[in-house]
Design a protein. Structure first.
Length: 76
């Protein structure tokens, strides 16, 4: 399971989504007695780098947006 997670580690969200899916699958498989043990139980999620949040628009960017997309203008 660790190798499968690490294969996706370049995209941490993909790796963590994969683990979430496998955890759900094995929780069901253990409950339904298809397997005896959950191989995902000790596998940790990949840590994601802090993105720092979103850029706050400057007044100039707001003005440019409003000039391009005036209020009430129909799209298309």
């Amino acid at each position: 399971m660790v190798a499968s997670r690490d294969k996706r580690a370049d995209t941490p969200s993909q790796a963590n989504n994969f683990l979430d899916l496998m955890r759900s699958l094995f929780a069901w498989a253990v409950e339904a007695e298809h397997v005896e043990d959950d191989p995902t139980k000790d596998v940790k999620n990949v840590k994601r780098a802090s993105g720092g949040g979103f850029h706050a628009w400057t007044e100039a960017e707001i003005d440019a947006f409003e000039a391009r997309w005036p209020i009430g203008r129909a799209s298309g």
